[in-house]
Design a protein around this ligand. Structure first.
Ligand SMILES: [Zn+2]
Length: 367
């Protein structure tokens, strides 16, 4: 006799005893209601318990098969950019229309890596960074998990979940997928790999922390216009502070497609840093204290390019040598259609524009 049957019998007995009792005294309706609720609670609890007791424990053979499928799937995802090429830009994915032809891969494609950072697009079509995953692709998978992973990659026979846990970062973990909480742990195959995740580092135009300190100074690679123009204050390093200066070009047209931001770690507030943003045609000597984590630069560019189609800008930071490690700032250009998404996910933060080592964890069970 199964547990479910035993419970049903027990409940029936209780009910009968109750009815017998009722012959001798009037049962209040609230008491009746309470006892029905209690009965329903007991049924629900025991039904769940008996279900999980009845859940089949996988044989060694089944578990081995599941583990090898989980390993193969993870290796595929981490070492392939996916098919077709640039599947992550498929317009249907924005509207939940997922083609059966897309087999997602997470590997970063066409990027070179230098000192652990992605820094430029490679010309070679074959350039695939294995064990380096694209955060952008992972977000596309997150929003279309059922179709992309369970249907297209795993052919509908398995439940799964994926997660990335940054190893040294303020960024929280990202967990996606559909693995049912009720699946017994011993029936789940788990694959764990340490990989790099690019997050939004490809949007970085300039990383102002790319200088190398030698003793108390650094090699200035770019000449600052303030050093050659006698009308402007000199930007040579002194005892107390360093000047970090960069030039870059902005096209008016690119302001229609990109949002430019200066993004700093919160530590910048205690770095005692100052900054100047100027057009080379309209120079400026007034430095301003840098104490905001996010500075929207588009209003400045739009205003400055009222009568021109492009300008060269220079940005200058004056950083206190004693707080040089607190200065962490990047200039980013975010595609306009992504800005709102980043804002609502609280991702417009310095750490999201760096490459991080993460633990990639994939879990799988039979459906
Ligand atoms: Zn300068």
């Amino acid at each position: 006799m199964s547990i479910k049957h035993l419970i049903k019998d027990y409940i029936l007995q209780c009910k009968i005893r109750h009815l017998i009792k009722d012959q001798y005294g009037l049962l209040h309706s609230t008491e009746l209601l309470l006892s029905i609720m209690l009965l329903l609670f007991i049924i629900a609890t025991f039904a769940n318990l008996s279900d999980s007791l009845n859940e089949k424990i996988l044989s060694e053979e089944e578990l081995r098969t599941l583990e090898s499928i989980a390993i193969e799937s993870s290796d595929y995802l981490l070492n392939n950019p996916g098919n077709p090429e640039d599947w992550e830009d498929d317009e249907g994915l924005e509207n939940g229309i997922v083609s059966h032809n897309i087999i997602p891969g997470l590997a970063v494609k066409k990027k070179k890596m230098d000192n652990g950072e992605f820094y430029s697009e490679s010309e070679s079509e074959e350039m695939i960074m294995s064990n380096s995953i694209s955060y952008y692709k992972l977000m596309k998978v997150k929003n279309n998990y059922d179709e992309l992973i369970e249907r297209n990659l795993l052919n509908g026979s398995y439940q799964s979940s994926m997660a990335i846990y940054p190893l040294k970062s303020k960024i929280g973990p990202l967990i996606i997928g559909n693995l049912d909480d009720n699946v017994n742990d011993i029936n789940i195959a788990v694959v764990n790999r340490t990989v790099k995740c690019d997050y939004y580092s490809s949007f970085v135009v300039y990383d102002f922390n790319d200088f190398e300190m030698i003793d108390d100074d650094y090699d200035e690679e770019e000449i600052c216009n303030h050093d050659t123009n006698p009308d402007l204050a000199n930007h040579s390093n002194d005892e107390r502070s360093l000047w970090l200066c960069k030039n870059f070009r902005v096209y008016k047209k690119s302001l229609e497609d990109y949002d430019y931001y200066l993004i700093s770690d919160e530590s910048v507030k205690s770095s005692n840093s100052y900054w100047i943003l100027e057009s080379l045609n309209r120079t400026n000597d007034d430095k301003e204290r840098l104490n905001q984590e996010v500075i929207d630069l588009n209003p400045f560019f739009i205003n400055d390019m009222e009568n021109s189609s492009e300008e060269i800008y220079s940005i200058h930071f004056n950083v206190d040598k004693n707080h040089i490690n607190d200065f962490k700032t990047v200039l980013v250009a975010i595609p306009k259609n992504m800005t709102n998404g980043l804002m609502s996910n609280d991702e417009l933060k310095y750490d999201y524009f760096k490459v991080h080592d993460v633990n990639f964890v994939m879990k799988m069970s039979y459906d």
